[in-house]
Design a protein around this ligand. Structure first.
Ligand SMILES: Nc1ncnc2c1ncn2[C@@H]1O[C@H](COP(=O)(O)OP(=O)(O)O)[C@@H](O)[C@H]1O
Ligand SMILES: [Mg+2]
Length: 187
């Protein structure tokens, strides 16, 4: 595969993929990243699971800690995005208030921000259950699972909504890449 030369003068953006556990956020982010990189874009993925293993290892899953986790990730994303990187953020971010703060941070600094709602319903997520979280919650081994016994504020005005339970992964990836291209972040 040939890779287009990096054009560092191009603007970056933050693309936040919000949705329930196993909705498809990480999978779609990886697919979009591959496409953008192949086109010469500089891309970073800030995945919720990785961030929680390092930058947010001191945080748990209370409302306060979830909001703080999103605040940190939002700040890092904005720093990267303002330097020409397209930052894909597959992170649940259950609280609308916290998501809005991240959007406002970007707006204040003139950095583009897009919210992508990966709208796979909980019934489908619970069957996919990649990490076994839904099964463990059902067995009473864990509590506070987003969308089951912990809040998830459904995005009311996402920039893009993906019905990732009704289409193959490639379609969700293509829809996201096409949306970004239409916004000036194509390859
Ligand atoms: N349209 C789709 N988009 C994304 N993932 C999909 C789609 N259809 C099926 N899947 C599957 O759903 C699962 C989503 O897992 P993952 O991306 O880790 O979710 P999340 O990061 O939201 O917790 C994967 O096994 C993926 O193959
Ligand atoms: Mg994930």
């Amino acid at each position: 595969m040939t890779t287009a030369p990096d054009r560092a003068d191009r603007a970056g953006a933050t693309v936040w993929l919000t949705g329930l556990p196993s909705a498809g956020k990480s999978t779609i982010a990886v697919g979009v990243a591959e496409r953008l990189r192949a086109g010469g874009r500089r891309v970073e993925i800030l995945d919720g699971d990785e961030v929680r293993a390092n930058l947010s290892r001191d945080l748990g899953f209370t409302k306060e800690d979830r909001i703080e986790n999103v605040r940190r990730i939002g700040r890092i994303a904005q720093l990267l995005a303002r330097n020409g990187i397209v930052v894909l953020v597959p992170v649940i971010a259950p609280y609308a208030e916290a998501r809005e703060r991240v959007r406002n941070l970007h707006d204040r600094n003139g950095t583009r921000y897009f919210e992508v709602y990966v709208a796979t319903p909980v019934e489908v997520c619970a069957v996919r259950d990649l990490k076994g979280l839904y099964a463990r919650q059902a067995r009473g081994e864990i509590a506070g699972l987003t969308g089951v016994d912990d809040p998830y504020d459904v995005p009311v005005a996402p920039d893009l909504q993906l019905e990732a339970h009704q289409e193959p992964i490639d379609s969700s990836v293509a829809a996201t890449a096409d949306f970004l291209a239409a916004q000036g972040f194509g390859v």
